[in-house]
Design a protein around this ligand. Structure first.
Ligand code: NAD
Length: 335
């Protein structure tokens, strides 16, 4: 395997640096950031790590085969395209880009140059998401009716992207992964309380062609930390609570069953409230699993679970919701 370079080792990028450095046995050789303080700290932590404040040094280094991008989203497209055109594979943090046009250019560049392009949809590498996916695919939940997610806390207030663009890629990527479909219509409303024009809180509904529905609530202005996804199926219901240390999934054997009265032949509903099961799910750091997956795909040349096309699907939902917000909650069709 060739060496790895990284650009953007800020609040989140330093976690990417740690994981890729450890997983690649020191093959992460060059880190780039425009902030000298970040570079000094990285050199002091990682033995043998070279640093630069100039991205073109990563591109020019022939020993580097892949580049990890942990910069803010406004620079993802430009950096990723330059890297892929120079023959490097790319891991780029979520969201893939800020416009669908940029996302499409990234996917086209990856395909044209036969490069691996993976977007950091960390939640599709989370063992609890994988457990939930298995439950759905095996039919244990029955027909999935609807799901809703909440990702709120009093957290890092960003000044370029709003809470929707910052948080919702996680929930959208889980929903699209679980349902294996793209919504046909999105409605969203949001409000800006702290900074003009940057929504702190957003409520979004995704509508699917087959009648399924998913709702997402994101906010960085909330008294409680919540990272929850509830999935309601015809047979069982599940709550995935990512704030729980170990009991992340609760399966409720609850539902409403349609029955028929054989005297009158009238339909009636019975409610079922059975056991609550908390399965044992392997722990670990989802980010490590995500980084490992990228390295494996670089070696095997297989399509990553969250490749550029998945990033683009999520991006289309992000954009449609943004447009809906700007139009006062009007429904926006996704083509
Ligand atoms: N997967 C997750 O759970 C998760 C969590 C937080 C953030 N993120 C994503 O990580 C990315 C970075 O977020 P963050 O919170 O670390 O931001 P940040 O502002 O803390 O860090 C960004 C870093 O990139 C550097 N940088 C920016 N442009 C550069 C350039 N052209 N060349 C070199 N260095 C450059 C900055 O100096 C800074 O150190 C975003 O895409 C964000 O959405 C993902």
């Amino acid at each position: 395997m060739k060496n790895i370079g990284i650009v953007g080792i800020g609040d989140w990028g330093k976690n990417l640096l740690r994981n890729f450095y450890n997983l690649s046995s020191g093959k992460l050789t060059l880190a780039c950031d425009s902030d000298e303080k970040r570079l000094t700290a990285a050199r002091a932590t990682y033995n043998g790590l070279q640093t630069t404040n100039d991205f073109s040094d990563l591109i020019a280094d022939d020993s580097i085969g892949s580049i990890v991008i942990g910069t803010p989203p406004s620079s993802h497209a430009e950096l990723a395209i330059a890297a892929m055109e120079a023959g490097k594979d790319v891991f780029v943090e979520k969201p893939l880009a800020l416009s669908v046009e940029d996302g499409e250019r990234m996917v086209e560049t990856a395909e044209k140059h036969n490069r691996i392009l993976m977007v950091g949809h960390i939640m599709v590498y989370h063992t609890a998401t994988l457990y939930l996916k298995n439950m759905i695919d095996s039919g244990e939940l029955g027909d999935v009716y609807y799901m809703y997610a909440s990702r709120v806390n009093l957290g890092k207030v960003r000044s370029i992207e709003n809470a929707w663009w910052s948080f919702a890629p996680h929930d959208i990527s889980i929903i699209l992964y679980l349902l294996e479909k793209t919504p046909v219509r999105v409605t969203a409303t949001g409000a800006s309380y702290l900074q003009d024009g940057i929504e702190d809180v957003v409520f979004t509904t995704l509508h699917f062609a087959d009648g399924k529905m998913a709702h997402i609530h994101v906010s960085w202005l909330d008294p409680q930390k919540d990272r929850k996804m509830t999935v309601v199926g015809s047979k069982k219901m599940v709550v995935f609570d990512d704030t729980e240390a170990s009991e992340k999934i609760r399966i409720f054997d609850k539902g409403a069953d349609k029955k028929q009265d054989y005297d009158t032949y009238a339909d009636y509903l019975t409610l079922r409230t059975g056991d609550i099961v908390i399965p044992k799910i392997p722990g670990g750091e989802p980010l490590a699993d995500e980084c490992r997956h990228f390295l494996e795909c670089v070696e095997s040349r297989e399509r990553p679970r969250s490749d550029g096309r998945e990033g683009l699907r999520t991006l289309k939902v992000l954009r449609a919701a943004q447009e809906s917000m700007e139009k006062g909650g009007a429904p926006i069709e996704i083509k």
